[in-house]
Write a new protein. Structure first.
Length: 381
């Protein structure tokens, strides 16, 4: 079982280097977690004992204002999380991973954050269960008075500042600040509730995502495949909007292209339905549509994969490539289409991503494309 010593280690390890934590804060947070986990009160002497031991071992420096974790506490915390992750405060563990992870990926994330409004997901310990649950708020504004100002992240330093403020997930708009049209085209592929009960559900979503990426490639449209960080995938691309502006609202045109793209994808899947049903036996009834673009009526698409276009609107937002999903702790990871088939969500843990960052960085490319091929299938629909 996680000890008071362990909980003090983690609390100090998630603080920014040089941050001094006062004793009262340490006692309050550790006592709360122990009260839930062990159903008992924690004395001040127990906390003082843990801090004294950590100081004698070189993991903590005692200052006039409180206590500061040293560089050595990082490795101690990493070993602790590896051994006792499920017994520790979930929000603290998630923040520790974010603190360890984001300095490595901040530079490659910046092109997806700069000049856009961004929602930063800030996490806290759950009120009813501070160990196993976390609460989250979406920080959308940097200030509210005299009028609201969008939160923006225009530098690596600003991103890391937010991470140390317990923001672990970053969700930018699909358009720039003040823009009246999108510059990112995103489709989100998510399995319905009945599909998710099937043991091959994730493999089926991968298969459909691969088919959509291949269809776009056949049309001459390059795209990026991205793991959502949870159970689905996304297709990202970008279009030259000059051909679209003369036809009215560009957001609406993007949505029209998305709906018709799903229709053509479904036709492609049905042509290969015999092989699909053989490979994914029982996942979808024969003769039934495999995909849909109908966002409403969730219960009616329980046995389909939703090709979700709903972010294609003003103020539509989507999780940035390389952002951590605040609920799962996994990375929303860009993937090469050739790596999609063998991808396992376990590959998307923050420390695993750091080890293979070069590979994922090469896959993180959103190309500018001519929308004419999609316009053509939209007009012929």
């Amino acid at each position: 079982m996680a000890t008071i010593y362990d909980r003090v280690v983690l609390l100090l390890a998630i603080k920014e280097r040089g941050k001094v934590v006062d004793f009262e804060h340490t006692h309050e947070k550790v006592a709360r977690d122990v009260a839930f986990a062990e159903n008992r009160e924690v004395s001040r002497e127990e906390i003082e004992g843990a801090l004294t031991k950590l100081a004698s071992e070189g993991y903590v420096l005692k200052k006039k204002e409180g206590y500061e974790g040293t560089q050595e506490i990082e490795k101690l915390a990493e070993n602790l999380i590896r051994e006792k992750k499920g017994e520790l405060n979930r929000s603290y563990v998630t923040v520790w991973f974010a603190k360890k992870y984001y300095p490595h990926v901040a530079d490659v994330m910046m092109p997806f954050l700069v000049d856009r409004p961004v929602s930063a997901v800030k996490i806290f310990s759950g009120k009813s269960d501070p160990i196993g649950e976390l609460d989250a708020i979406f920080v959308r504004y940097s200030k509210y008075k005299p009028k609201p100002v969008y939160l923006t992240i225009d530098s690596k330093e600003r991103l890391l500042e937010l991470v140390f403020d317990h923001c672990v997930d970053f969700i930018p708009y699909i358009h720039k600040i003040g823009a009246k049209e999108p510059d990112i085209f995103v489709l989100d592929l998510d399995a319905g509730s009945r599909i998710l009960q099937h043991p091959k559900a994730f493999e089926f979503v991968k298969y459909v995502t691969s088919e959509l990426a291949t269809f776009l490639k056949d049309l001459g449209i390059g795209c990026m495949v991205k793991f959502s960080g949870s159970r689905g995938f996304q297709i990202w691309t970008s279009f030259d909007n000059k051909l679209l502006r003369g036809e009215g609202d560009v957001f609406r045109k993007y949505r029209d292209m998305a709906v018709n793209l799903q229709t053509r994808l479904e036709e492609r899947l049905q042509k290969n339905s015999t092989a699909i049903h053989r490979k994914f036996s029982g996942i979808i009834a024969k003769g039934q549509p495999m995909t849909t673009s109908v966002v409403a009526h969730k219960e009616e698409r329980a046995s389909q994969i939703l090709v979700d276009w709903s972010v294609l609107k003003p103020m539509g937002d989507v999780r940035a490539p390389f952002s951590m999903h605040y609920k799962t702790g996994r990375v929303s990871l860009p993937l090469s289409p050739t790596d999609l088939e063998d991808f396992d969500p376990k590959d998307a843990t923050p420390l695993s991503v750091i080890k293979q960052l070069d590979k994922y960085e090469k896959a993180c490319k959103v190309e500018m494309n001519d929308p004419a091929p999609l316009l053509a299938i939209t007009k012929s629909a």
